[in-house]
Design a protein around this ligand. Structure first.
Ligand code: HEM
Length: 174
């Protein structure tokens, strides 16, 4: 496989690094909201700190994506399939950005500053706004549902390319 058929090294590192981060964030989020165990608060603080790191990472990733052209999709794919693939990738980027931003805004309007591993602290509103807090909490939950669905589709499509169509789409990201 030639270099032009593969994603650049930086794109592959961002892809797998963010995949691990986002899957752990989703798992931690779902665990947090379905448990009342004593570790729930610790997990919540870890979730928030890694979530803020996700905002930085996805911003760096978007800049990197705009500077590198991904390899072309297989010629055999119909135009509509290429359009759906590209649209789903951009939707994933939007969600990767909207998830942590909505999480932070939820905390902001709840008047809770976010401490990031003791390195720095993101500010919170001086006055709690319960309506905006509820809005962003609800949004964070619904965006998570869409993100989980889209990740499932994304993984399904990658496996379909690899095992059914037997093309190089998955290999180009390995
Ligand atoms: C990639 C980033 C993130 C992902 C994938 C993610 C994912 C999730 C998920 C799946 C849930 C459970 C939602 C539910 O079922 O109600 C959740 C809850 C939560 N997340 Fe995030 N999150 C991210 C970033 C953040 C950030 C940056 C913050 C705050 C700084 C945050 C704060 C919270 C809080 C406070 C909850 C609990 C909400 C509640 O009590 O209903 N999240 N998150």
């Amino acid at each position: 496989m030639s270099n032009s058929d593969r994603f650049s090294l930086s794109m592959r590192l961002f892809h797998w690094g963010m995949a691990a981060l986002v899957l752990s964030m989703v798992a931690a989020g779902l665990l947090m909201v379905t448990s009342l165990q004593p570790w729930q608060l610790t997990l919540l603080n870890i979730h928030k700190a890694f979530g803020v790191m996700a905002i930085l990472l996805v911003t760096a990733r978007l800049i990197n994506r705009l500077r590198h052209e991904p390899p072309a999709l297989p010629h055999e794919l119909a135009d509509w399939q290429k359009t759906v693939a590209k649209a789903s990738h951009w939707l994933l980027y939007i969600l990767l950005f909207a998830m942590p931003v909505s999480g932070y805004l939820m905390q902001y309007f709840a008047g809770r500053p976010v401490d990031v591993f003791g390195w720095f602290r993101l500010p919170a509103a001086l006055q709690v706004d319960i309506h905006y807090y509820a809005l962003f909490r609800e949004l964070h939950g619904w965006l998570a549902v869409v993100l989980i669905g889209l990740i499932a589709l994304h993984i399904g499509a990658a496996l379909h390319h690899h095992f059914i169509r037997k093309d190089d789409v998955l290999k180009s990201m390995l």
